[in-house]
Design a protein around this ligand. Structure first.
Ligand SMILES: *[C@@H]1O[C@H](CO)[C@@H](O)[C@H](O)[C@H]1NC(C)=O
Ligand SMILES: *[C@@H]1O[C@H](CO)[C@@H](O)[C@H](O)[C@H]1NC(C)=O
Ligand SMILES: *[C@@H]1O[C@H](CO)[C@@H](O)[C@H](O)[C@H]1NC(C)=O
Ligand SMILES: CC(=O)N[C@H]1CO[C@H](CO)[C@@H](O)[C@@H]1O
Length: 547
């Protein structure tokens, strides 16, 4: 009978000097077994057959003690000689069907795949599991042509989800550069992008250096195991599920009122990593809506700040290597603490440095919300792995005229949101906000907002405070923050003392404060002025192609 296999923490060995040093592989694997790896693949591309059989036999002894299956990379003969549980086959190794013919039905056969076609063939030929990758570039695998990233893996999962029953049942592990810092986000984002309620997800992660290459493999393995077993902190709070049809006026208005009050009552910390140009207005706006602003561009301080329960805004105003490294540290700290992180990719796409910075940030951690104007969001789409029909270059921070209609924008934000498993807000005369399944068009706001430096950044600050104070309903919280902001802008612009963008700013800060006080004191009339429409259903405009 075929053994039942738990794929969640899949160890691939490496006997090279660079990772193993002068340690003994069998001892290192034994430590990993004690730490809790759930399956072991012995991978050694250089040793002679005699040595392979000897090492594999010793490894098999250890694995048996822990009741953990051992598979041999490439060498069907070695697996037979040792009598272990199976083999793992790369694309250059024996094909799955031939190996199955030799090994019979009860052994485990896994296959490395990096495309839909390879996945299709491996399943058809009888593979039990697929090792899908390469996820990220690593030192252990020099061949970088197969780096397919999160999105490439998700495409394969989606194919398997949509295909026949054997494809739906085949087990999957991802491989390539997974370590303690990215593991939980990888698990969260690796699911077949579909609006189904239970899409196919990855069954496990394969690791090499994160266990073999560290001084204490046992502790490393047990840490990874506990990360797999515990809920991802950034997505730990269950979100309500709501039919798109239930997103009616009164639900919305009630949620706005609740969210404004929650910010007022909890006064969440809004930690922004932003440039000097906008600090004054940002801080004043945060105070006006009831948040506690704090500025720290020092990544080393982030872990302590993250524990205070607030939200983080990453503003891509500066993209020096130093700023980016501080950003990454802060993102990791907030992800670990479960604090919301808002990404404001200012000017993304305008220069190649900004494009690279955006790609770097998206790979650095999980964002609860990504906001930007149309061009910035199109840059996010590219960085997320979509191919765009539009090839226009972004010229600067100014958004310029729109290239897309409202339904097209709704389609764009919903696709990115589904793919990144986040909330995407595209600002403009009509704002579009989506979490992948629900998309709203919001027509509040005033043109003065677009004429004030820092107003976009302050919106990020506002939304981060709303997310921090309303963790149990992030989508509607973000909508509430946006509405509070834009209705206050409308009220400020109407005032007699406001004659242009200059006099607008202080009035805007007043009105933000006053709208909050209104709600707290029971005056809710302003909430009736929301101009929100549910966009549904969203057509496929073919503007974004899966790369
Ligand atoms: C984890 O992997 C990522 C991507 O390969 C890398 O950038 C990061 O530095 C690694 N972190 C640790 C702690 O090794
Ligand atoms: C989007 O938000 C709505 C409203 O809160 C919720 O019902 C739905 O499940 C969310 N969708 C996703 C993919 O989180
Ligand atoms: C900060 O902003 C406020 C409100 O807009 C303004 O009155 C004040 O002069 C600004 N301070 C500085 C130092 O720019
Ligand atoms: C709202 C907020 O947190 N504002 C801060 C943003 O960062 C600047 C410095 O870059 C601080 O001075 C603000 O207080």
């Amino acid at each position: 009978m075929k053994p039942q296999v738990e794929y969640s923490l899949y160890l691939v060995t490496d006997s090279t000097e660079a990772l193993l040093g002068d340690r003994d592989l069998v001892e290192v694997v034994e430590q990993a077994l004690l730490g809790g790896v759930t399956i072991v693949q012995y991978r050694d591309k250089t040793s002679d057959t005699g040595d392979l059989v000897a090492t594999a036999t010793a490894l098999h002894e250890k694995c048996k003690l822990h009741n953990i299956p051992l598979v041999i990379n490439d060498r069907v003969d070695v697996a037979l000689a040792v009598g272990c549980e199976g083999v793992h086959l790369g694309q250059d190794d024996m094909d799955v069907a031939s190996a199955r013919a030799i090994l019979g039905p009860d052994r485990i056969i896994g296959a490395t795949v990096s495309s839909i076609e390879e996945a299709r063939k491996a399943v058809e030929r009888g593979a039990d599991y697929l090792g899908i990758g390469t996820l990220y570039a690593t030192n252990t695998k020099k061949n970088t042509k197969d780096i397919i990233g999160i999105n490439g893996i998700r495409k394969i999962l989606k194919y398997l989800d949509d295909a026949d029953e054997p494809s739906q049942k085949v087990k999957t592990v991802c491989i390539g550069g997974v370590n303690a810092s990215n593991l939980q986000r990888v698990l969260y984002q690796l699911y077949a992008p579909s609006s189904l309620s239970k899409p196919k997800t990855i069954d496990g992660v394969a690791v090499v250096s994160a266990i073999i290459g560290v001084r204490d493999p046992r502790t490393a393995a047990s840490h990874l195991r506990s990360l797999i077993a515990s809920p991802h902190p950034f997505a730990a709070t269950p979100q309500p599920t709501l039919d798109a049809s239930k997103l009616d006026d009164s639900t919305l208005k009630q949620s706005v009122i609740r969210a404004v009050k929650a910010v007022h009552e909890t006064s969440p910390l809004s930690h922004n990593m932003t440039n000097l140009v906008v600090q004054n207005i940002s801080a004043n706006i945060a105070l006006a809506i009831g948040a506690s602003p704090i500025m720290s561009n020092n990544g080393a301080e982030a872990p302590d700040l993250a524990k205070l329960g607030g939200g983080l805004v990453i503003n891509m105003g500066t993209v020096t290597p130093e700023a980016l490294s501080n950003h990454r540290k802060a993102i990791e700290a907030y992800n670990a603490a479960g604090g919301p992180v808002v990404l404001d990719p200012v000017g993304a796409g305008a220069t190649s440095a900004r494009k690279e910075a955006l790609t770097f940030l998206l790979a650095s951690g999980y964002f609860d919300l990504i906001k930007g104007n149309e061009r910035e969001i199109m840059a996010v789409a590219r960085a997320s792995g979509f191919t765009l029909d539009d090839t226009t270059q972004q010229r600067g921070v100014d958004s310029g005229t729109s290239l897309f209609s409202t339904p097209q924008k709704a389609y764009i934000v919903s696709r990115i949101a589904l793919r990144e498993r986040t909330i995407v807000l595209m600002t403009g005369a009509v704002d579009l906000i989506s979490n992948g399944t629900h998309t709203l068009a919001i027509a509040n706001g005033h043109p003065y907002l677009g004429m004030v430096t820092g107003s976009g950044c302050s919106l990020g600050t506002t939304i981060s405070a709303y997310l921090a104070a309303n963790k149990e309903g992030k989508f509607l919280a973000a909508v509430a923050g946006l509405l509070h902001y834009e209705i206050a802008a409308e009220d400020a612009a109407k005032r007699e003392d406001v004659r242009g963008p200059g006099t607008f700013i202080p009035a805007f800060i007043d009105e933000l404060y006053l709208r909050r006080v209104d709600v707290v004191e029971g005056r809710k009339a302003w909430v009736d002025r929301v101009k929100v429409e549910v966009v549904e259903p969203i057509g496929d405009f073919g503007l974004l192609r899966e790369a």
